[in-house]
Design a protein around this ligand. Structure first.
Ligand SMILES: [Zn+2]
Length: 54
């Protein structure tokens, strides 16, 4: 299952690949900010299906 992580400010692709890499690891890899627009990165889990339990 391919995973893609985008900057939620400018849409730059920060990570793309088949590995399931935790978003916080990607954030660390970029020193906590987007290399393109410089926005501080904070990711919610992406590619994780969230189901509401009622
Ligand atoms: Zn950006």
């Amino acid at each position: 299952m391919p995973q893609r992580i985008l900057c939620n400010n400018c849409g730059a692709i920060l990570f793309e690949g088949m590995d399931l890499t935790p978003p916080d690891e990607i954030v660390q890899r970029y020193d906590g900010k987007c290399p393109k627009c410089g926005k501080k990165l904070s990711f919610n889990p992406i590619n994780v299906e969230i189901r509401k339990i009622k």
